[in-house]
Write a protein that binds this ligand. Sequence first.
Ligand code: PLP
Length: 461
Amino acid sequence: MTTPKKNRTTTLADWDRTYLWHPFTQMQEWEQEEPLIIEQGKGSYLIDTEGKRYLDGTSSIWVNLHGHRHPALNRAMKNQLDTLAHSTLLGLSNPPAIQLARELIRIAPKGMKRVFYSDNGSTAVEVALKMAVQYWQQRCSDAGSKNTFLHLKLAYHGDTVGAVSVGNIDLFHSRFKSLLFPTVEADPPYCYRCPLRLTYPSCQMACLDPIERILKERHRELAGFIIEPLVQAAAGMITAPPGYLKRIRELCTKYNVLLIADEVATGFGRTGKMFACQHEGVPPDLMAIGKGLTGGYMPLAATLTTEEIYHAFLGRYEDFKTFFHGHSYTGNPLGCAVALANLEVFKKEKTLARLQPKIKTMGRLLQPLWQLPHVGDIRQKGFMVAIELVEDKKTRKPYPLEARMGHRVTQEARRHGLLLRPLGHIMVLIPPLSTDASVLARMVSILHRAIATVTASPSLT
Ligand SMILES: Cc1ncc(COP(=O)(O)O)c(C=O)c1O
């Protein structure tokens, strides 16, 4: 008797468990589970090697905008591939990188005039931090040493060491403390768990007072204030009250500290406008973008800045004011070509205009979830949604990490065809911007049912 040939999925699963190391994943558990292997995408759906369809409830980790396999984006990449896949920006240039820079400046918040490419959100943040420090060194000697940063607690700006230094998610970061440079932290506007135990709006955003105190006392050492504008995404979509960001801008101007907007998660329509800063007409001094820049097709990122900052780096070579930073794939033509097509789709398909009613629909669809006994808070800004699960709704007592509520709800939702990636016990829904109302309704209904089912069963896995 011959042994039956393993099917392709089983073979791939074996190889995955043998050779791969997945990010943010406890591999001991992974090795005991059947991996879900995604082979195709179409619109808001992902399809596994067995042909089973799933709704992409995370936009493939917050990157996809116009759906998978969009014809215009596919075409742009294929065309670019027939011309040039890669050439460096070190000492050379290429048409897609030039054209994209021009387009980005056209759509960016006021004041952004220069584009520096890199290849992921973390590096875009690193570039912003290094630019800020070098800027102050080269601009004026009387501003102070200005070589550290203010940031909010629970911030997440990426996983490289500089980005981790200005981040503050203990579970991810505490282990690396010895590698990090010192920073200054302030409490975030986490209204559901207000650090000052106040209530919005009667608090009148009192959380800004300590921030002003820090800026007043320490501005001579602060190169910049780095912030995720409007939504602290990885912290659990903590949404800042209206006017908060604008006030931060005013304070940074008043105390001569650069405002670094990390729009890696919030950029490209995710909050309902092209960039979150544009909700409050806030011009940053530096802005990091990534994720949605290529519509979810290629790893490309950029740091945008003002003409004033750019000018501080100009001089003769021997002045050594050059920004000595770059990556092998900086300005990669394939990434830039697909990013250009992404921006073109925004125009052609009126993505932002068509998004507005869907944002309202999402708000309506989420309403019934407030009734669930373990839903403590629901936060929404545009197409960024978080549902905070709590053990006790009255006291807001969180589930213990070991309960793995987010993980369990995710597993349940997957059984019903919705892919999610929770942040601890906070469920996150970030659909592609192209998702239509009926598909949104299906996503929210699966999530609703999964939360209801799992939170009703007390057993821990
Ligand atoms: C606000 C923010 N900044 C930076 C990053 C890091 O981006 P990347 O994962 O592309 O390095 C992320 C990733 O989630 C993010 O949410």
